[in-house]
Design a protein around this ligand. Structure first.
Ligand code: ZN
Length: 367
C-alpha cells in the first residue's frame, strides 16, 4: 500500500489524467479511507473549465489537483487521536470542511463558515486555499484523507454505490429539516425528476409528508416518482400550464413547503410561478441555485408570513441522521439505477452525465 492511482487535473479546461502518487499518511485527527465509490457531478466540467473566470471568488485547489465529491469506502488507517473509527469501518466522506475556529464552526454549522471548502471541488473563501493545502485528496483517487469529524458511518445494508449519492440526498435532507416540514403537511418539489429532486422526493416521503407534489417536465419520469407511493405522490407537469394553477386545483390552500431544486440553466419563471402555490405561513427553500433574480413583493409576502430560505449542502451530523433513516428502511434508495465507470474513464463519464444525466441514474466511479 505505497502507491495509488488518482485522476488529476493539470490545467484549467483540460482533461483528467491518471497519475501514480504515494498513498498519504493520515495526520492527527484524520483518517485514511480506501475509496470504493465516488459521485460524478454534472457541474464538474463547468467548475474545472469556467469557474476561474465566472466566479473568481470561489477558489479551486492549486493544480495539479485531485477532484471528486461524495466518496465512500472503507477506513484503511487512522491518525493520532482518532478513536471513533477503526480500519474496516464503512464510511461516507462529507467533503465540506470549515475553518474549525469561527462561531459557525464551533456550533457545528461549518456550511456557514466563510472559509467553507469542498475537498476535491471548490471553496467559498480566501482561507479555502489553506484548507486545500491541508486536504488535497478527494474521491477520484484510490485513497483519500479526511478529518474524522467528516465521516458518516454507513449501514451494512446500504450498497456502497449509494454513498456516491449522499451529497445530493444530504442537500435535500438539510433543506427539508430547515423547512420545518411536519408529518402530514404538503410539500412541492420543483424540478423533482432531477438528481436533487429525486432524492428530495424519497426523503419527503420518509419525513411523513401528506402529499408530495412533484413538478417537472417529463411525464414518464414523473410517473416513476408517483410509483414510489401512488397514494401520496402527485405529479404536476409544467408542460400542461401554470404550476401554481395546477397545485391550487389539487390543494386550494397551497402547499406548506416548497423545495426549489432547479439549477442555473433553468428558467426562474418556473420558480416564480411555483412560489405562488405556497400556503400562508409556508416556507420556500432554495437548493438548486436557479438563475435569478426572483422578485418578492414585500407587502403580500409579509401578510402571508412566508419565508424564503437558502440552504447549502449538509453537516456530517445531518449525514448521520440520514444514514439512520436508510438503515431503518424509511428512506429507500432502491429506485436508483447504478451506472458505474472505471476511474480511467472519468472524462467519458463527465461527458455522458452532461448528455444523458437524469435524476434516477446513479453515475459513479467504482473502484
Ligand atoms: Zn469556520
Amino acid at each position: 500500500m505505497n502507491a495509488m492511482k488518482a485522476a488529476r487535473l493539470h490545467e484549467i479546461g483540460g482533461k483528467f489524467q491518471i497519475d501514480d502518487l504515494p498513498v498519504p499518511v493520515p495526520g492527527k485527527g484524520d483518517v485514511l479511507v480506501r475509496v470504493e465509490t465516488c459521485g460524478i457531478i454534472p457541474n464538474l466540467r463547468n467548475v474545472v473549465t469556467h469557474f476561474p473566470s465566472w466566479y473568481p471568488f470561489l477558489p479551486l485547489p492549486a493544480l495539479p489537483a485531485i477532484f471528486g465529491l461524495d466518496a465512500a469506502g472503507t477506513v484503511a488507517a487512522v491518525g493520532e487521536g482518532v478513536s471513533a473509527f477503526k480500519p474496516g469501518d464503512r464510511v461516507y466522506v462529507n467533503p465540506g470542511v470549515g475553518c474549525g475556529e469561527c462561531r459557525h464552526c464551533k456550533r457545528g454549522e461549518p456550511t456557514r463558515c466563510d472559509s467553507y471548502t469542498f475537498m476535491g471541488y471548490f471553496g467559498f473563501g480566501e482561507n479555502s486555499e489553506s484548507i486545500f493545502r491541508k486536504y488535497p485528496y478527494a474521491g477520484y483517487g484510490e485513497y483519500t484523507i479526511a478529518p474524522t469529524t467528516n465521516l458518516v458511518r454507513l449501514p451494512q445494508s446500504m450498497p456502497i454505490a449509494h454513498g456516491a449519492r449522499l451529497g445530493y440526498l444530504g442537500t435535500a435532507y438539510s433543506a427539508i429539516r430547515k423547512s420545518g416540514l411536519r408529518p402530514g403537511q404538503d410539500i412541492l418539489i420543483l424540478g423533482a425528476t432531477g438528481t436533487l429532486g429525486v432524492g428530495a422526493a424519497i426523503l419527503a416521503l420518509a419525513f411523513g409528508a401528506g402529499r408530495v407534489v412533484v413538478a417537472g417536465r417529463d411525464p414518464l419520469a414523473l410517473a416513476r416518482l408517483v410509483a414510489l407511493d401512488p397514494s401520496r405522490v402527485v405529479p404536476v407537469c409544467w408542460e400542461d400550464g401554470s404550476i401554481q394553477a395546477q397545485v391550487r386545483k389539487l390543494i386550494p390552500d397551497g402547499v406548506d413547503v416548497m423545495l426549489d431544486t432547479l439549477g442555473a440553466k433553468a428558467s426562474a419563471d418556473y420558480s416564480v410561478d411555483a412560489m405562488k402555490a405556497v400556503a400562508r405561513g409556508g416556507r420556500i427553500v432554495q437548493i438548486g441555485g436557479v438563475a435569478g433574480p426572483i422578485p418578492i413583493d414585500p407587502h403580500p409576502f409579509m401578510c402571508a408570513q412566508l419565508q424564503y430560505i437558502g440552504s447549502l449542502w449538509f453537516t456530517p451530523a445531518e449525514g448521520d441522521e440520514m444514514a439512520a433513516m436508510i438503515a431503518a428502511g424509511t428512506a429507500d434508495l432502491s429506485i436508483l439505477e447504478p451506472r458505474p465507470y472505471r476511474l480511467e474513464n472519468i472524462n467519458e463519464a463527465l461527458q455522458d452525465i452532461e448528455a444523458h444525466g437524469n435524476g434516477f441514474t446513479n453515475f459513479h466511479i467504482a473502484y
